[in-house]
Design a protein around this ligand. Structure first.
Ligand code: SF4
Ligand code: SF4
Length: 355
């Protein structure tokens, strides 16, 4: 049977005509492409686990390309929390704000992670199918997406062993049969499957399990019952809709930067490929943001506690400040030693660079 690839277009939350036009152009460019099915769903982050959108996506068992207005990392872990899993497909397209230099830095960060401590994702087996996540915010031109998706479809549909046979001028009869069947197959559908789902905008944390070490600090910190543990005592976002709209407090507490709020305006919280603690992030702090050691500047834990207190007060509860659910390791951060260590590491890294 010829290989089929499903392309999912996750629509923008807004009715912005430019965004709608890009979505429509991507869909139109793919209709009629051999071996490609197109499905349009509402915004991925807003889909309910038991809604028609996720049910439709769960029913797709083959390779998948998901185009969304989200960082690929955020899209991937939203799918994962809904049991839509597979091997990470590598795309040649950049995501929003990503540059060529980022690839090298990201690889170094991934290497650092690999050597580091066990991650929750290490214990799981993933199906062999591939999932590619493309960021619709990164290009204005629909042809960039069409070309990349056609490239992916071609790559996935090309069985290397069979190709070797062809190159040697020795196609087997069944190979020839399959080739002819594909060539004479019925025309491809000229319509996309469009799934509609009622429901408003949602706000909840998404955990990147490739970074999460299951330290459970987020459970201690959150006072709204969002987090829980599963039967294997592994962290999970148990009551996502308990999360307070617009608040990203626990993402600042997670020591691994594993908690993503895909709609937050800060790229590192929204799931950009940047990894906090790398030279890249420290440089932005040094040159672009207030010095964390400056008098009056809020440290991450203070910001998190303040944001949590705001939400407690809005919910009619008492503020707790830094007295509840603050991990021990932050005591040293508050005394300034962590910030100092990070600055020392940064200066060492800069010394190593040949400016
Ligand atoms: S704080 Fe971060 S690393 Fe720890 S369990 Fe929660 S998500 Fe995982
Ligand atoms: S943002 Fe606040 S309410 Fe939401 S999960 Fe984190 S700590 Fe809990």
């Amino acid at each position: 049977m010829p290989h089929r690839l499903t392309v999912v277009i996750s629509q923008s939350r807004s009715q912005n005509p430019k965004k709608r036009q890009l979505e429509e152009q991507v869909v139109a460019g793919l209709l009629g492409e051999r071996g490609i099915d197109v499905t349009v769903v509402p915004h991925l982050y807003d889909l309910k686990p038991d809604g028609s959108g996720m049910l439709c996506l769960s029913g797709i068992s083959g390779d998948l390309v998901v185009c969304s207005w989200l960082y690929p990392r955020a899209a991937r872990w939203i799918l994962d929390r809904n049991q839509i899993r597979g091997q990470e497909g590598k795309t040649l397209l950049k995501s929003l704000g990503e540059t060529d230099d980022d690839d090298e830095a990201d690889e170094e960060a991934i290497d650092d992670l690999a050597e580091d401590k066990p991650r929750v994702a290490d214990q799981r087996e993933l199906p062999a199918r591939r999932i590619y996540c493309l960021d619709l915010r990164a290009y204005d031109d629909a042809s960039a997406f069409r070309e990349e998706i056609v490239r992916i479809a071609t790559e996935l549909a090309t069985p290397t062993i069979e190709l070797n046979g062809w190159i040697n001028g020795n196609p087997k009869p069944e190979q020839m049969e399959r080739y002819l069947a594909a060539e004479t197959a019925a025309p491809e559908p000229r319509q996309a499957t469009v799934i509609e789902e009622e429901g408003g905008r949602r706000w909840y944390p998404v955990i990147d399990l490739s970074r999460c070490t299951n330290c459970l600090e987020c459970i201690d910190f959150c006072l709204f019952g969002v987090y829980g543990i599963d039967a294997r005592e592994t962290i999970l976002v148990e009551q996502p809709d308990n999360c307070r709209q617009g608040c990203p407090a626990c993402s600042r507490v997670c020591p691994e930067n594993a908690i993503i709020f895909p709609q937050h305006k800060t790229p590192t919280i929204a799931g950009s490929a940047d990894v906090a603690g790398t030279l890249k992030i420290d440089l932005s702090q040094l040159f672009g943001a207030p010095d964390p050691g400056a008098p009056g500047a809020e440290k991450a834990m203070e910001v998190a506690a303040r944001e949590r207190d705001e939400q407690l007060l809005l919910a009619g509860r008492d503020a707790v400040g830094m007295q509840v659910g603050m991990p021990k390791r932050h005591e040293s951060e508050l005394s300034g030693s962590v910030a100092k260590d990070q600055l020392d590491e940064l200066i060492d890294s800069l010394d190593e660079l040949d400016f």
